[in-house]
Design a protein around this ligand. Structure first.
Ligand SMILES: NC(=O)c1ccc[n+]([C@@H]2O[C@H](COP(=O)([O-])OP(=O)(O)OC[C@H]3O[C@@H](n4cnc5c(N)ncnc54)[C@H](OP(=O)(O)O)[C@@H]3O)[C@@H](O)[C@H]2O)c1
Length: 502
């Protein structure tokens, strides 16, 4: 992320592990195409598509070309497609066979000679998490992570980054045995979203909001990531993971940390990530009793989402019939610092809900003294600033206004900013900015080890309390609804309520 106009990235070979996988086809290769179409890839650029078993260059090129046809947001420019595909070569590398990485190294040297890529490499690990550490170890053993003579070697690691605090710390330690922290780019595609990045701009490029961005003026914050999709064919993965692990320490905490962080001294990766990590570190670590009191976990049961009939979560393919894995999670968190003491952050996320909707809503305190007291004004509501992330991208400020006419009556109105009204948007998979930033060495929108670990530390008590409680306290909600009644009760207890997602 930079305030400078974007220029083509420096010469680079993009080494794509998992090149025949779903993520590559849906998001990574289309993002490379979009960068090429926007002339942000350098002339000296090549892709090495890595698989563990022989795939064949023609077959791989056909597969990647086809993926662009399927996933390009706009109609693809065929000349750009063919130019990009012509830069793809294939390699076979399996971490359990160290020799294969030496062969990969020899192939990369040939590519450098052919494309003038000067030994600069990005290794993208679009592979399941079990492969992250062994692959990095094998790259290191083959000497491919050394940055000699000014050449760069960076590794992009996909999510999930660990499944709890211990595994995240172990993975960080394994990566750092081979790589320096500034060679590690832990991706969270939420940070590729323009509206998420815009939280930084909204807060720190305007004098208007920051003075009121604190406990004296803010009543509470709600963060919602609601999905209509159910678990589909990902039953085995999801049943071992659950809504909390899948969404909270990464995506929801990205939103939380951008809202809660202190102003960074500079717009650079270290300053911003230090402040974000500090905000996460200030989340109160709760006791087991508090974890159960301040959280709700639930599973969807049969219902209807639009035209789709959905069965019980426990009847989904590859889900245990007695599974206690949550498909919905809601948490009440406290941030123990001077800015946020006493301001609850309510987080909720779930699958199989009525509407796809991602937003951060900041609710301001009511006026200290109301001249309307004693008058029955039904419509009088608190002010909300709502940062809408998906599906619409924009910012809304809600306030009260007098309805025209002789009677004193009030209505809630909104000032609405829609991205689409002001800016011409480029077709994007959300990965473009992130890939470009990695190529230019800017880690601001990537996660640093301390931020990842602080996130896991904060959710760990909830994971443990839920595991110990088994199915005690596991709530249910109808697929296609707005979630379990217990989530409403979590806020009602504090005299508050969720903004509606239906
Ligand atoms: N798909 C998504 O939408 C999505 C979204 C966010 C994050 N992610 C993350 O992105 C990564 C890739 O996701 P995916 O859905 O593309 O996965 P995938 O399709 O299951 O796997 C991608 C490829 O990785 C290779 N592979 C499998 N196990 C491996 C191992 N132990 N070591 C090295 N290579 C291995 C396989 O190719 P070969 O057998 O030919 O080597 C496979 O085709 C995962 O970490 C996932 O959590 C995915």
């Amino acid at each position: 992320m930079s305030l400078m106009p974007a220029r083509p990235a420096p010469p680079i070979v993009f080494v794509l592990f998992g090149a025949n996988g779903d993520l590559t086809a849906r998001l990574v290769f289309p993002a490379l195409y979009n960068l090429a179409a926007q002339k942000l890839l350098p002339e000296s650029f090549a892709v090495v598509a890595v698989t563990r078993v022989e795939y064949g260059e023609k077959k791989m090129r056909d597969h990647l070309r086809e993926s662009l046809g399927k996933y390009c947001n706009e109609k693809c420019d065929l000349a750009v497609v063919e130019d990009l595909v012509s830069r793809v070569s294939v390699a076979v590398a399996d971490a359990s066979e160290p020799k294969s990485f030496e062969t990969l190294g020899a192939h990369l040297k040939e590519i450098d000679a052919k494309h003038g890529t000067k030994g600069n490499r990005i290794f993208y690990l679009a592979i399941p998490p079990a492969g992250f550490a062994p692959t990095v170890k094998a790259l290191g053993a083959a000497g491919l992570t050394r940055q000699t003579n000014g050449a760069i070697a960076r590794v992009i690691v996909e999510k999930p980054f660990g499944h709890d605090l211990d595994s995240a710390m172990k993975l960080n330690a394994e990566l750092r045995e081979v790589l320096d922290e500034d060679q590690i780019f832990r991706i969270d595609h939420y940070l590729g979203k323009e509206t998420v990045q815009n939280i930084l701009m909204l807060r720190f490029a305007n004098g208007l909001f920051e003075p009121i961005w604190k406990r004296e003026h803010i009543d509470h914050v709600q963060i919602t990531v609601a999905e209509t999709v159910t678990i589909g064919r990902r039953g085995a993965f999801y049943d071992a993971t659950g809504a909390l692990r899948d969404m909270v320490p990464n995506h929801l905490f990205q939103l939380l940390s951008l809202v809660a962080m202190e102003p960074p001294a500079r717009l650079n990766a270290d300053s911003v990530r230090s402040e974000k990590a500090r905000a996460l570190d200030a989340i109160r670590i709760v006791t087991p009793q508090e974890a159960l009191r301040d959280s709700v976990r639930a599973q969807y049961v049969a219902g209807r989402i639009g035209d789709e009939v959905v069965s019980d979560y426990r009847l989904e393919k590859d889900v245990a019939p007695n599974s206690t894995t949550e498909t919905f999670a809601a948490l009440k968190l406290s941030i123990d610092n001077w800015r946020w003491a006493g301001v609850p952050f309510y987080l909720r996320t779930g699958k199989g809900l009525a509407r796809r909707h991602t937003e951060v809503a900041i609710k301001f305190r009511e006026a200290p003294i109301s001249m309307f007291r004693g008058i029955d004004l039904d419509g009088l509501r608190s002010n909300y600033l709502v940062l809408q992330i998906a599906p619409d991208e924009g910012i809304t400020l809600q306030f009260n206004a007098k309805t025209p006419g002789p009677n004193l009556s009030i209505a809630r109105v909104a000032m609405d900013f829609r991205y689409a009204d002001f800016f011409e948007t480029q077709p994007a998979s959300g990965y473009e900015t992130l890939l470009y930033d990695c190529m230019t060495g800017d880690g601001l929108l990537y996660q640093r080890a301390d931020g990842v670990e602080a996130g896991w530390r904060a959710v760990e008590p909830f994971l443990k309390a839920w595991r110990d409680a088994g199915d005690q306290g596991l709530a249910l909600y109808r697929a296609g609804s707005s979630g379990p009644a217990e989530a409403d009760a979590l806020l009602a207890r504090d005299g508050r309520r969720w903004r509606q997602v239906v």
